[in-house]
Ligand binder design. Structure first.
Ligand code: AN0
Ligand code: CP
Length: 315
């Protein structure tokens, strides 16, 4: 594998999931593979799981790791071409990416969207500039459009937990106070479309995601209809793609609650975390036996390890 930016960098999802399962069973089996190799983790935005799980995965593989928060700690980056840099941006992304690439064998990068300009965000400019100028393989730690390390961990978690061969998996929008990216939802949809699951997306009117990611997935606008017979309820808030970056609904009827969970086939509850309790999901659901959010977060380590292993084998 030469990079891990989205589903298109994965030929065989099942094989990668099996690799992650192998890493989970044998976390230190490949600790010679990453010897004398440096992983750089660059964060333009906050993180708990992605930062720690990727660092842990790299350590399991024998790599050394450097982590840097660009927001606040690095120089403010100019990302546009041809500008006269006489404002508050001290460094251009071209040099920054090339310099990080000079120190590292692999770079992981997190860079959220602005949620102001859809066209610019959906070009995924920042991560693509790193691909162009860093000169080493790039792993997306959540870009403006997708979060593939999360999605791989999500598929692994479903595979470990499913009770039927072809589960009904529902991605449901849930309310939130702040405008959040579509990345986790876009990414989950494009990974689900590469499985044989019965995949349904439930969201209020005005919240349909881009077709580029949802493809032919079934979309419903009534939560009860979606929950009926579901084996997995995957909750996530996203801001509107259609009225880009806006919050159009705060309807509490979309929160994951016990009443709707009773409509399901004893569904497991999933969320990528961080989650706002009693806004996105009620305490009674996230604290119940049906919640697998900690297993899901734990699997981030092995998803990251499978990806790093595949890249290390290729360099
Ligand atoms: C981020 C998001 O929604 O993309 C990160 C999730 C992994 N969440 C928040 O900003 C709360
Ligand atoms: N799920 C996830 O990516 O969490 P962090 O934002 O804490 O890394």
């Amino acid at each position: 594998m030469k990079k891990f930016l989205n589903i298109h960098d994965v030929d065989d999802v099942n094989a990668l999931v099996r690799e992650a399962m192998y890493c989970k069973k044998n976390p230190r089996a490949d600790h010679e593979l990453g010897k004398n190799k440096m992983l750089g983790l660059i964060f333009m935005n906050p993180s708990l799981r992605t930062r720690l799980s990727t660092q842990k995965a790299a350590i399991n593989l024998g790599m050394d790791v450097m982590v840097m928060n660009f927001s606040g700690e690095g120089w403010a980056l100019e990302t546009q071409e041809g500008v006269i840099m006489n404002g508050d941006k001290a460094e251009h992304i071209k040099e920054a990416a090339a310099v990080v690439g000079a120190y590292c064998d692999i770079i992981g990068l997190r860079s959220f969207p602005s949620l102001k300009n859809r066209e610019l965000d959906y070009k995924d400019h920042v991560i693509n500039e790193f691909v162009k100028y860093a000169g080493v393989p790039i792993v997306s730690l959540e870009s403006a459009t997708v979060h593939p390390c999360q999605s791989l961990a999500d598929v692994l978690t479903i595979e470990e937990t499913k009770q039927v061969e072809r589960p009904k998996v529902v991605l449901t929008w849930a309310p939130h106070l702040r405008a959040l990216p579509q990345s986790v939802a876009n990414s989950f949809a494009e990974w689900m479309n590469r499985t044989n699951y019965d995949f349904v997306i439930a969201n209020p009117e005005g919240y349909d995601l881009s077709k580029e990611y949802t493809g032919n997935a079934k979309i419903v606008h009534d939560p009860d209809e979606a929950y009926r017979g579901a084996d997995f309820i995957y909750a996530k808030n996203w801001s509107s793609y259609q009225q880009y970056g806006q919050i159009l609904s705060s309807d509490a009827n979309w929160m994951v609650d016990e009443r709707k969970m009773k409509l399901t086939n004893q569904a497991k509850f999933m969320h990528c975390l961080p989650v706002r309790r009693n806004v996105v999901v009620g305490d009674a659901v996230i604290d119940s036996e049906s919640s697998i959010v900690i297993q899901q977060a734990g699997n981030r380590e092995f998803a990251a390890q499978a990806v790093l292993k595949r890249i290390l084998i290729g360099i």
